[in-house]
Design a protein around this ligand. Structure first.
Ligand code: AVJ
Length: 320
């Protein structure tokens, strides 16, 4: 599906790369699947529904913080900028930046859900005709080619605490790579979820209406379509808990019975109660995150807290 009003680039993963990651994850002792496979069009829409839930504090807290952050950042800029958003989703947050920061002349949203991305980018382009919208369909956990314009200052935008999906080592690798991609003199505005009482975290990932459950199970439907796997969605259940030692929420899908799942001719045996680990969502104290940034070529020059420490946003500056 091609959009009509926007230029775009397709750097999507080839089908065999998806298959090999899936086979790899299911072959581990602790079975796992990469959380980026939540996001097909259906999954991106389910995530938007999660953001509307009372229990899911990160989205609304960060959204409420963004207008004043945008004004603060706007005062620090005096040259035309390109904003590069990693995992752009439905583009709600960038609208706030575009409204408050006049120096943004280009917007480069990167997302793995290509059809969803192009649809959202088209709508945005019409609302902001003076901004050049250049969507890139890509898996940002791998190096992305940016087609940058040397006369623009690059500002990375990575809201929502998606950084929490990475293990600490992977987060460090991602930030180091983003520093490379964005270049000298760049900035990175990044949302980071904070540590808080586990009961509140538990509610945020086990909502009453069961939207998070649907979101988790949708990964199996997505992979059935994408790889021809035969996961039976009725035979798995959502399970999410806070792991205090690792400082993260873990989401799993638990096999309700002994069963065999076949993916491209490969059979995987499940015991009753055996889980597939589908997501980590790491929570950071201010100190922990500053340390992570400085290990990855960035300096946290400023940070904002919202909702009485419920969520934080850091502004990182590329170190020379
Ligand atoms: C989009 C990765 C930030 O970890 O909170 C929401 C995804 N998973 N509910 C998160 C998610 C379950 C979300 N991120």
């Amino acid at each position: 599906m091609h959009s009509q009003n926007t230029l775009h680039a397709d750097q999507s993963l080839p089908a065999d790369a998806v298959l090999s990651e899936v086979l790899d994850g299911l072959s581990q002792q602790q079975k796992s699947l990469p959380s980026k496979y939540f996001y097909d069009t259906e999954g991106s829409e389910l995530f938007d529904q999660i953001c509307e839930l009372d229990e899911y504090y990160p989205y609304r807290t960060e959204i409420a913080m963004l207008p004043s952050i945008a004004q603060d950042v706007s005062h620090m800029l005096n040259e035309p900028c390109n904003i590069v958003e990693f995992g752009a989703g439905s583009l709600a947050k960038i609208r706030i930046l575009l409204k408050h920061v006049d120096s943004i002349s280009r917007f480069t949203p990167i997302d793995i859900a290509g059809d969803f991305l192009r649809r959202e980018a088209d709508t945005l382009q019409k609302e902001f005709p003076h901004v050049e919208v250049y969507p890139v369909e890509a898996d940002f956990t791998r190096p992305v080619e940016l087609n940058t314009n040397a006369s623009l200052k690059n500002i990375g935008f990575f809201p929502g605490s998606t950084i929490g999906n990475f293990t600490t080592e992977a987060a460090q690798a991602f930030l180091t790579q983003a520093r490379e991609t964005l270049g000298n003199g760049s900035l990175l505005l990044i949302g980071v979820d904070t540590k808080k009482p586990p009961a509140m975290l538990h509610k945020a990932y086990n909502d009453q209406r069961g939207i998070t459950r649907k979101f988790n199970l949708n990964m199996l439907a997505h992979l059935n379509r994408e790889t021809g796997a035969d996961f039976d969605l009725d035979k798995f259940e959502h399970y999410a808990f806070y792991n205090p030692e690792k400082g993260r929420i873990e989401m799993h899908l638990i096999s309700q019975t002994e069963q065999t799942v076949t993916v491209a001719g490969n059979a995987f045996e499940f015991r009753e109660g055996e889980s597939i680990h589908t997501e980590n969502s790491h929570k950071y104290t201010q100190q922990e995150f500053k340390q992570l940034a400085s290990n990855s070529g960035w300096r946290s020059t400023r940070h904002w807290m919202g909702g009485q420490q419920l969520f934080s946003v850091h502004l990182l500056q590329a170190m020379d």
